[in-house]
Design a protein around this ligand. Structure first.
Ligand SMILES: Nc1ncnc2c1ncn2[C@@H]1O[C@H](COP(=O)(O)OP(=O)(O)OP(=O)(O)O)[C@@H](O)[C@H]1O
Ligand SMILES: [Mg+2]
Length: 252
């Protein structure tokens, strides 16, 4: 029997890196077509993220931060350049393999939370477990309770997202991001819709994840939060520049 040309459902095993380099981007460019021609939004990005690092990216609106995060998060392809994830060239992977990596190895946190409004807290998290397809259903409840305890939402297991405050919705989004124990969490302005105090609680949770060994990349417009990064970058007109800054504590 000849092998199927369709690329669905084949088993795909992914070895987590034993090396220290989780992400290595070399000369990544991204070109978008616009009515006035092709525009180069990313102009040759080089970035290495060590496993367990907490990196922050700041920079003006339109400079290409979210475009870079989409490439890191395997939601978009670069126009040119090389992306190694755990030493594997991502450009060589099929759409099916990319979707497996997206659900198992990556966690996303967005400014507008991106929760599913007609599913309750438990169901939002169960859906993420189902997509990843690694955990048997009988273990969903224990895993969901674990992550809800981690983010302090154990009382809200049956609430709908609309019944949660903004900070609680973002904590649920973080629970969803970490439920499959990802190697990389990508946060695109996770505190953009939150007040000062709640923002700090959310970043503290991301720092906790980092302390537990997860690699975290956070985009933020808040210089005080950007300064908390172990490595701190600035995006300027499609170029990524590493800033020299020591990480600071949230509380002094
Ligand atoms: N699919 C697309 N097609 C054409 N242009 C795009 C596309 N996606 C993004 N752009 C353009 O790329 C540029 C960078 O966008 P991006 O969303 O990465 O900026 P950003 O740094 O995240 O900005 P902000 O801080 O406002 O979120 C913008 O000029 C945007 O219009
Ligand atoms: Mg953006």
């Amino acid at each position: 029997m000849s092998p199927s040309r369709c690329d669905t459902g084949r088993p795909f095993s992914w070895e987590r890196s034993v090396s220290n380099e989780l992400v290595k981007l070399t000369n990544i460019t991204k070109v978008f077509p616009t009515p006035s021609g092709q525009v180069e939004i990313l102009k040759g990005i080089n970035l290495t993220l060590r496993s367990g690092e907490f990196a922050t990216i700041e920079g003006p609106s339109g400079s290409g931060k979210s475009t870079l995060l989409s490439i890191l998060g395997l939601l978009d392809h670069p126009s040119r350049g090389e992306y190694l994830l755990s030493g594997t060239p991502v450009t060589g992977l099929s759409e099916y393999q990319l979707s497996v990596l997206r659900s198992r190895e990556l966690g996303w946190v967005f400014q507008n939370f991106n929760l599913i409004g007609d599913l309750n807290v438990w169901q939002n998290l169960a859906l993420a477990l189902k997509y990843a397809g690694q955990l048997p259903k009988r273990r969903y409840d224990a895993r969901i309770r674990d992550v809800l305890t981690q983010v302090g939402l154990e009382e809200k297991v049956l609430s709908l997202p609309a019944q949660l405050s903004g900070g609680q919705q973002q904590r649920l989004a973080i629970a969803r991001a970490l439920i499959n124990d990802p190697s990389l969490v990508l946060a695109d302005e996770p505190t953009g819709n939150l007040d000062h105090k709640t923002s700090r609680q959310i970043v503290t949770l991301l720092q906790d994840l980092h302390r537990q060994g997860t690699t975290v990349v956070m985009i933020t417009h808040d210089p005080e939060l950007a300064a908390l990064g172990q490595s701190r970058y600035r995006m300027d007109d499609g170029c990524l520049i590493q800033q020299s800054a020591e990480p600071r504590s949230l509380y002094g």
